[in-house]
Structure formats: structure tokens, C-alpha cells
Design a binder for this molecule. Structure first.
Ligand SMILES: Cc1cc2nc3c(=O)[nH]c(=O)nc-3n(C[C@H](O)[C@H](O)[C@H](O)COP(=O)(O)OP(=O)(O)OC[C@H]3O[C@@H](n4cnc5c(N)ncnc54)[C@H](O)[C@@H]3O)c2cc1C
Length: 365
């Protein structure tokens, strides 16, 4: 089949790769550079998502844990295990029994594909390993393992595999409209040649991430799903850490990651409603929130001037009422004639998503 994939974020790349491996002729359209939007603005974790257990998303966590192992096995030079400490302080945060049950479930769900089992480390040992941690109310920390990646580099690695499998990439070429009949209008004729307008495909995969619904709307197609965009911002500061930390924000108990990342320290992330047309960037209040989390965790105080870089991305979540932290991270696939659209998804599980997109495309044969 001749298939177009719209959007070269990780989900579009993995969908294109999966389709090409199955022998389809794939054109991948990206209006900017590949892996330049949400997929390079993540927290850089390949994980099941310990916190999603709190909201009962068990199958999502199991899938993420299995995929975490796949990425680390495929590209160990850019994806590796990382130890995380989850400090426990007297009179603050979630109760110890709750964290223990969560970590036990996390280990069990990883099964044979797990990295290392969680363990408890006493106060002295934690302070030895993580000098400068505020010790006032510290009781100790749970240690557990996840995966860490350079998301931009790993995305490019996957794109290279997709191109090797035969995918034709068209960058800086926005798809303006798609039709249920397989018609596709681009801003620039594909391949720079004069092309009949519109282009015709047996199937079109709309994997435009936060912009998937926008593409359907501009094509006059109504979707069952509504995307809710939630911005997550990160800070990069100078410094080194022996391992990562998962801490609970003092103001609202949300979990925030403090991670060693490419010779710096990454602090993130926030969850703030995002309008599609507004710039996707870290606001001053998000920066201050993340600095407050750091300052509650470490003796060394950080100020705004210590922040070397910020970056932000918009999570495309399938809209549910209430707190964005509790909103599902599951994805959904919807079909309009020859157009297959993807809503939501996680970086870690993008390979599974790509396979499901290819299954859906082949269903119409
Ligand atoms: C702050 C934050 C932290 C996260 N952390 C993690 C994490 O640690 N681990 C994890 O597993 N997941 C994480 N996620 C989730 C993960 O990053 C996203 O689910 C994933 O990157 C989405 O990929 P995507 O391909 O769907 O979207 P995108 O990466 O946004 O790609 C969509 C692409 O489509 C292109 N496009 C849009 N419209 C058109 C058009 N009309 N024509 C052509 N191209 C178009 C865009 O330019 C863009 O490149 C995080 C998300 C956020 C926001």
C-alpha cells in the first residue's frame, strides 16, 4: 500500500518504520525538523511511570516497563538504566507503606524485563550518596531503576532505522488537509517536484501529536476525541548528581524529577494547561515552582540566574475532567475513511503505538 504519515515526532517515526517493515511504501511528512517538537522536550525517561499506578493505569505501566527494556537493548549508547532515589521525610509526602506497595507493584509488573529491584536505603547512606540533600526530616530513601535517554538522539536513531527500511522523509513540508478518500494537500510539492495536487494515498496516518485534532478540523473531519494540552517545563542547571531523584513538591505533593542529564542537572516537570496557538515555553511561575522544589530538596540554593536553559513541551492528552496529573496517558486511534488518527501517547510506548497504527492501516485492505 502507499501510505502517508503526517508528523515526524517519535510516534510518527515509529508508525512509519512499522509500516515500512511490513513492505508498504511510506512518505513521512514533517512541517519542521524531525523530532523537534514534544519528542525532544520530554523528561528523557524510558519508564512505566510509577505515578500512573496511583491513578490505576496498570496496563499502561506494564507496557511502558516492557518497552523500556526494548529501547535499552536496541540503543544502549543513547538509552541506559538510571537509578532514582525517592526520599522519605518525616511528616511530609505520601506514606511509606503506599510508596512500598507502589514500588513492589512496579517490580512485579516489570517481571523478567526488570532492571534492578527496589530497596530501602537508610538516612546516613542516602546522605553519603547524595551530599547536600536537606537532612532535617530525612528518614531515608527508596532506590529504584528506570531508563534514561537522550530523546532527540534516540528519535534520530529510530528515524534512521525507518529511512533504512525505505521510508521517504519530506521535511519542512506541512500537510494542509487530508481527505477520507486518501487525498492529501501539502504546502510544498513532495520531493520538490511539481506534483499533481492533491497527492493520493491508500492510507494516511495523522500522527501530528498536539496538532492532530487541528489537522482533522482543517480537513473538515469531526473527531470522537478531544485533545487536552498540558504543558510540562524543565530547567537545566549546572552540577552533577550520582543518580536521579524523584521528589514530592512541597506545595502540592506532585512528583518532580531531578536528574543528571548530559553533564548538567535537569529539573522537571510542571503541568499547566496550554493553548495550541500560544508559545510552548517555560513561564516564570513554572521556573519558580521548579526552583522551589529544588530548594526544598537541597541545601545549595538556586535562583533564577542559575538556570542555564529551559525547555517545554505540550502533552497531548485525551481530555478527561479534573486534575491533569490524573488524566490518562493512554492513546487512542480513530479512523475516518482512509485517514487513521492518533491521539495521545507516551515516548516510551511509541513502538507499540506504531504497530497498532500499522495494524489499523492494514485492516482496510
Ligand atoms: C513535558 C513532557 C515530558 C514528557 N516526558 C516523557 C518521558 O519522560 N517519557 C515518556 O515516555 N514520555 C514523555 N512525555 C510524552 C512524550 O514526550 C510524547 O507523548 C511524545 O513525544 C509525543 O510524540 P508525537 O510524535 O505524538 O508528537 P510530537 O513530538 O509533537 O510530533 C508531532 C509532529 O507533527 C508535526 N506536525 C504537526 N502538524 C503537522 C502538519 N500539519 N504537517 C506536517 N507535520 C505536522 C509537528 O511539527 C511535530 O514534529 C512527555 C511529554 C511532555 C510534554
Amino acid at each position: 500500500m502507499k501510505v502517508a504519515v503526517v508528523g515526524a515526532g517519535i510516534n510518527g517515526v515509529m508508525s512509519a518504520w512499522s509500516l515500512a517493515r511490513r513492505g508498504h511504501a511510506v512518505d513521512l511528512f514533517e512541517r519542521n525538523d524531525p523530532i523537534s517538537a514534544t519528542s525532544s522536550a520530554s523528561t528523557k525517561l524510558l519508564h512505566g511511570g510509577l505515578r500512573y499506578l496511583e491513578t490505576g493505569h496498570v496496563s499502561l505501566v506494564r507496557e511502558g516497563l516492557s518497552e523500556r527494556a526494548w529501547w535499552i537493548a536496541q540503543a544502549p549508547q543513547i538509552a541506559h538504566p538510571i537509578e532514582l532515589l525517592l526520599p522519605v521525610a518525616r511528616g511530609r509526602g505520601r506514606p511509606v507503606w503506599m510508596i512500598r506497595i507502589g514500588l513492589l507493584a512496579y517490580d512485579l509488573l516489570a517481571g523478567r524485563r526488570g532492571l534492578h529491584r527496589h530497596r530501602w536505603e537508610g538516612r546516613e547512606r542516602v546522605l553519603e550518596r547524595m551530599p547536600g540533600l536537606r537532612s532535617d526530616a530525612l528518614r531515608g530513601a527508596f532506590s529504584f531503576w528506570d531508563g534514561q535517554m537522550d530523546d532527540a538522539a534516540l528519535g534520530r536513531w529510530a528515524l534512521q532505522r525507518a529511512c533504512d527500511a525505505g521510508v521517504t522523509l519530506h521535511t519542512h513540508n506541512e500537510v494542509l488537509q487530508v481527505g477520507e478518500d486518501g487525498s492529501l494537500h501539502t504546502a510544498v510539492p513532495a520531493g520538490g517536484r511539481a506534483a499533481p495536487s492533491p497527492l493520493r494515498y491508500d492510507a494516511i496516518c495523522n500522527v501530528a501529536g498536539p496538532w492532530a485534532q487541528r489537522l482533522l478540523e482543517s480537513s473538515g473531519l469531526r473527531s470522537r476525541h478531544v485533545l487536552r494540552l498540558v504543558r510540562g517545563s524543565h530547567l537545566l542547571v549546572e552540577g552533577e548528581l550520582a543518580c536521579g531523584l524523584l521528589v514530592q513538591a512541597p506545595s502540592d505533593d506532585r512528583v518532580v524529577f531531578i536528574l543528571p542529564y548530559l553533564g548538567r542537572i535537569l529539573i522537571g516537570t510542571t503541568e499547566v494547561e496550554q493553548a495550541l496557538d500560544a508559545p510552548i515555553e517555560c513561564s516564570e511561575s513554572e521556573r519558580d515552582y521548579l526552583l522551589e522544589v529544588w530548594n526544598a530538596t537541597f541545601e545549595r540554593r538556586l535562583e533564577a540566574r542559575d538556570v542555564r536553559e529551559t525547555f517545554a513541551g505540550a502533552r497531548p492528552l485525551i481530555a478527561e475532567p479534573g486534575d491533569p496529573s490524573a488524566n490518562t496517558r493512554e492513546h487512542a486511534i480513530e479512523r475516518h475513511g482512509r485517514v487513521v488518527s492518533v491521539f495521545g501517547g507516551k515516548w516510551t510506548t511509541s513502538r507499540v503505538l506504531g504497530e497498532q497504527v500499522a495494524d489499523e492501516v492494514e485492516r482496510q485492505r
